[in-house]
Design a protein around this ligand. Structure first.
Ligand SMILES: O=C(O)CCC(=O)C(=O)O
Length: 275
């Protein structure tokens, strides 16, 4: 394959070739159902963590020209020749299929089914890499605010840090029980419609009941499509790497019409910027 051959999206939903080596306990599953999030210390073999990190770092560094079309500056405008504030790669499994053959992904696929049912499949992945001493939080949001407003979903994300995740370097925070809310008003981060990331409209919600989830490397947090979540700035000397697997149980047309005006603003701004 040469550098210009278009890459196809891998079949994320394919059954894992490896049998799972870690599963969730009934107590963990019950906690997730009640609270809309879960933190688990260990979802993959420790010896696999450095191997996944090598693949991950290559994607964000040596392979940048290959990933360009799926490489975003999550919290700001993408500017040619300028490093991202918070770099995000959509579908890293497309550029590094070896990721999808790992024991980590085999375990995550099994855990998705435990949490949402046997008809749940992995549908994609992404990677969010916060540079050392970086000043950009990933603001409070619900993942469904990014998705198609014409559909209703049951979906979850599994967030795996590849180094310890702490309050200092940007671990996940959740609002327990927020999975039961509707999608609340969002806007593009900083109210700049050329920013791909979204945030809850400032003042629209009181986040004082949020909890932090510090984790060892190779642990994971799990959250549903409407669970409010956020990560703070990275004040450490190292990158804060997270690999995220996304799964859905269903995705179907909604009975009632719904609009996400924040998405319309982003689309209009992108279209205007191109013309
Ligand atoms: O890694 C981050 O900073 C945010 C992750 C996130 O928002 C997600 O996994 O849905």
């Amino acid at each position: 394959m040469n550098a210009t051959t278009p890459l196809s999206v891998p079949n994320y939903a394919a059954p894992a070739k490896l049998a799972p080596t870690r599963l969730l306990t009934p107590e963990q599953i019950a906690f997730f159902k009640q609270n809309g999030y879960l933190a688990v210390d260990n979802v993959m073999p420790v010896e696999e963590i450095p191997q996944v990190r090598v693949i991950y770092d290559r994607l964000f560094n040596e392979d940048r020209s290959r990933t360009e079309g799926d490489l975003y500056n999550l919290t700001g405008e993408k500017q040619k020749g300028k490093k991202e504030d918070v770099a995000q790669i959509l579908q890293p499994g497309k550029y590094a299929p070896a990721l999808l053959e790992t024991q980590m992904v085999a375990n995550l696929k099994a855990m998705m089914k435990q949490l949402l049912g046997p008809d749940t499949h992995m549908v994609g992945d992404h990677a969010i890499n916060k540079p050392p001493h970086n000043n950009s939080p990933t603001p409070w949001h619900q993942d469904e605010a990014y998705w198609n407003p014409g559909k209703e979903y049951r979906g979850l994300s599994i967030w795996v840090p590849l180094q310890p995740a702490t309050k200092l370097n940007g671990c996940m925070y959740f609002v327990p029980g927020s999975h039961n809310f509707e999608v609340i008003p969002h806007q593009p981060i900083g109210d700049n419609p050329l920013t791909p990331g979204l945030e809850v409209v400032p003042g629209a919600f009181d986040f004082s009941s949020a909890v932090s989830c510090e984790l060892p490397a190779g642990g994971a947090t799990f959250h549903l499509e409407r669970t409010l979540h956020y990560t703070p700035i990275n004040q450490s000397d190292d990158y804060r790497r997270a690999y995220i697997a996304v799964g859905t149980q269903f995705e179907r047309p909604r009975a009632t019409l719904r609009k996400f005006p924040w998405q319309e603003r982003q689309l209009a701004a992108r279209t205007a910027a191109k013309s």
